[in-house]
Design a protein around this ligand. Sequence first.
Ligand code: HEC
Ligand code: HEC
Ligand code: HEC
Length: 141
Amino acid sequence: MHLSYSALSTRYIPAVVLLALVLCASLVLAAPKPPEGPIAIKPPAGAVLKKSVVQFPHAKHGELDCTVCHHTLASQPKTYTCSAPACHDLANPTDKTAKKSMAYFRNAYHAPAATSCNGCHKARKTEGKKAGPTDCKGCHP
Ligand code: HEC
Ligand code: HEC
Ligand code: HEC
């Protein structure tokens, strides 16, 4: 029997689809479990803090999609830390542009973005949904 190239590739489509599904599932299953207790958010090296280190209660955020906060998981499947290298790792901005950049770790937690702590809390509060604190003391006791 002589199979044409296109007939051959069509025959393999179900197998390819299955393989893709298995790969997707293994990515989800491979996601490490977040800790039950609060995580002390680590500032980038060299940061001098004016406020207290923030304790993040991961378990209280369990109903949300992982990729809302861990927004680089697709491209960096092992990065779960906000201040990882080349992420929100700028400790001490020296000019206006740097101060406003998302590399400056402070912005990652307060910017009006769905991914930031206070950005999400504020937006949800405005929408009348369940949310976390939006006052300084609520996060920096
Ligand atoms: C509301 C935001 C948010 C959501 C949603 C979220 N995480 Fe996290 N997660 C964080 C933050 C913030 C940290 C601490 C980051 C840091 O230390 O810089 C973290 C840390 C982690 C860590 C590392 C824990 C450690 O000990 O360092 C893992 C693993 C993790 N998350 C997995 C997940 C998984 C899996 C999901 C989805 C089921 C998820 N997260 C959903 C915000 C979130
Ligand atoms: C995408 C939205 C979202 C992001 C991002 C987010 N939160 Fe929340 N947070 C929530 C929601 C929703 C609740 C309310 C959960 C509840 O009451 O069950 C909450 C609750 C909290 C609480 C109160 C927990 C309690 O005991 O009642 C704290 C503290 C908190 N968040 C801190 C943080 C910090 C710190 C970050 C950033 C590292 C953060 N959150 C990022 C949505 C978010
Ligand atoms: C929803 C939580 C949340 C709220 C509300 C919040 N912050 Fe933060 N803030 C954080 C997180 C998380 C960090 C990173 C701290 C760390 O690395 O432990 C941070 C960092 C900072 C930093 C830079 C680090 C330092 O200590 O110098 C400053 C300054 C700061 N916050 C000021 C404020 C002020 C002022 C308010 C009130 C207007 C406020 N924050 C409200 C979560 C919050």
